[in-house]
Design a protein around this ligand. Structure first.
Ligand code: PLP
Length: 329
């Protein structure tokens, strides 16, 4: 109860949103909250609209709960955000929910209030839930601010399941604590699912998370300052490397890099046909680990993370750069 109240306090403080403790569930990570949410709302064959690129687990969680992920490609010129027309044309009579992730993993994009209003309008008109994964909400840069879609009015709040957790803003990834805020009937269904699966997240983590949410937030701000420096450094270095194109991320801690230039070229005498080829050669021959974009539904990209020390980032980028210079044919 203390932790659920702390979540209510946080939602009020950061978003002006009123939730009572019966509209909050705490789970073993945001991933677990997502899993509970889809178990609660999906019937077999229900569709969930997932903008591409997407975080890897969404599609799998939807499928595990007998839902159908409906993948909707987004455009680079829209910073990979789903636009009104794209969303509207993906809605069918079977659409149960829209998956929204802002700030976004892997692109770092943040939806503006106008863009969120468009999504809210479509959701309300069609009576569709919005599963809004806001786990990176605190990690925003250059004065950009995260807005929760639930803030945009009572009707959309009723349809929104806000997902959040302690992994990113408080760097408590291994502590495994996530939470969801939604209409009481949804939280009740999620609680039933969770209660039969794992009961609850461990009590030590719950106490630690209560302190993190209720206590001073200075450390979060200090961490964001460091992330901002690493982001600029990584972006500038990558932008100077041959054939790599990336968007400056507005939030989260990833840079999504377009590697189209490398397709059908040879690295270490091996032909690159996919992001997996690129990542594998870079890992095995160059000893630098990146995530292939195929995991997020876009095969001509790789994802880099700056959630590591500046020293590691510098070393990684030095190695990456010289590896490409020496081995690209
Ligand atoms: N949502 C997104 C978009 C993520 O990137 C991640 C972790 O990488 C999660 C959820 C999972 O967070 P948790 O560690 O709280 O399960």
């Amino acid at each position: 109860m203390d932790l659920r109240k702390a979540v209510c306090g946080k939602m009020k403080r950061d978003h002006g949103l009123e939730y009572n403790a019966n509209q909050v569930i705490v789970s073993s990570g945001a991933k677990h909250s997502l899993s509970n949410a889809f178990a609660a709302i999906l019937n077999a064959g229900d569709e969930v609209i997932v903008p591409v690129p997407y975080w890897v687990s969404y599609t799998e969680i939807i499928k595990l709960n007998d839902g159908i992920p409906v993948l909707v490609p987004t455009k680079k010129e829209n910073n990979f955000k789903i636009m009104k027309e794209e969303l509207q044309s993906a809605v069918t009579s079977k659409t149960k929910a829209i998956l929204l992730n802002t700030p976004n993993n892997p692109t770092g994009s943040i939806y503006t209030e106008e863009e969120l209003k468009d999504i809210a309008e479509i959701a309300v008109k069609n009576n569709i839930y919005v599963v809004s994964d806001e786990i990176y909400e605190q990690l925003t840069y250059d004065g950009k601010k995260h807005i929760s879609i639930a803030q945009l009015g009572d009707e959309i709040k009723e349809l929104t399941i806000v997902i959040n957790g302690m992994s990113k803003a408080y760097a408590m990834t291994g502590w495994r604590l996530g939470y969801a805020c939604a209409h009481e009937k949804i939280i009740k269904a999620m609680s039933s699912v969770q209660s039969h699966a794992v009961s609850h997240p461990n009590s030590i983590t719950q106490y630690a998370s209560t302190v993190a949410l209720n206590g001073p937030q200075d450390d979060v701000h200090k961490m964001v300052e460091q992330f901002a420096k690493r982001r600029t450094y990584m972006y500038e270095r990558l932008s100077k490397m041959e054939g790599l194109h990336c968007l400056m991320p507005d939030g989260a801690f990833y840079i999504y890099v377009d590697i189209t230039y490398y397709m059908n070229k040879k690295l270490c005498s091996q032909m690159i046909k996919s992001s997996l080829d690129f990542a594998q050669i870079l890992l095995e021959q160059g000893h630098v680990a990146v995530i292939p974009g195929a995991a997020f539904g876009t095969d001509n990209f790789i994802r880099l993370s700056y959630a590591t020390s500046m020293e590691t980032i510098e070393k990684g980028l030095d190695t990456f750069e010289s590896f490409i210079k020496e081995n690209l044919r």
